[in-house]
Write a protein that binds this ligand. Sequence first.
Ligand code: ADP
Ligand code: ADP
Length: 238
Amino acid sequence: MIVLEDVSVRYKKAEDEAIKSLSTSFRKGEFICVLGKSGAGKSTFIRCVNGLQQPSSGEVVVNDVSLTTLKEEELRKIRRNIGMIFQHYYLIPRLTVMQNVLTGTFGKRKPWKNLMGIFSSEEKEKAIAALKAVELEQFADRRVEALSGGQKQRVGIARALVQDPYIFLGDEPVASLDPSTAIKIFKLLKQIHEEKELVTIINVHDVQLAKRFATRIIALKNGELIFDGAPELLTEEV
Ligand code: ADP
Ligand code: ADP
């Protein structure tokens, strides 16, 4: 359902390619962790999968649609079904949990309605269902700035969930969290992954976390794929 065909990415003015002739594919049910040191290309790789970064050459195909030729508007439609979570959460601190969860959904809604906290009953129901899934429904009216890091990331997960994604992407979503909170977030991601039958791709620099939760591990080094396989087969240093 996701195919990368000979994908290379070269940033403007960069001497070296951030991703080098990478080919692989992912399907429903796979929980993939992407390993690699800082600068290895993990973030670039993730952004290729949701079309935030267009390859300099090669092709990314999601559900039989090639992202390479799409216009920004068409890409946005595809991205609506790709849940994305980030290291620094990208939440709006002064808004409530509910307002944050409903950011970006239902494409045509006017932004001021979100700022005023005006939502349809359908929107509220969806948000509450997503907040239940991350066990934060009692926090719906709290401001995000008052939450802990782990809670913020759960809001981030709920915001992704209201879009009914079939792909879940994480760019170092636990890198700012302490080890026990990181494990809790991974358990939650794995549970959602299994319930919703997603493809989940998560960047992580902690090899032990990847080995514990992934069904498949990918390792990048200087933009090259140096490992792609079952977690128990990972032996080399990454
Ligand atoms: P990782 O997520 O593994 O840390 P990145 O994908 O962020 O790796 O970066 C891969 C390489 O591309 C690094 O050398 C980084 O400095 C470079 N890079 C990333 N983003 C940009 C950009 N916008 N412009 C130029 N170089 C970039
Ligand atoms: P993080 O480690 O939190 O992902 P980074 O410093 O790697 O943060 O990257 C932050 C942003 O800067 C990203 O959008 C990335 O694409 C961009 N970036 C990273 N490296 C470079 C670079 N060498 N030149 C320009 N932009 C870069």
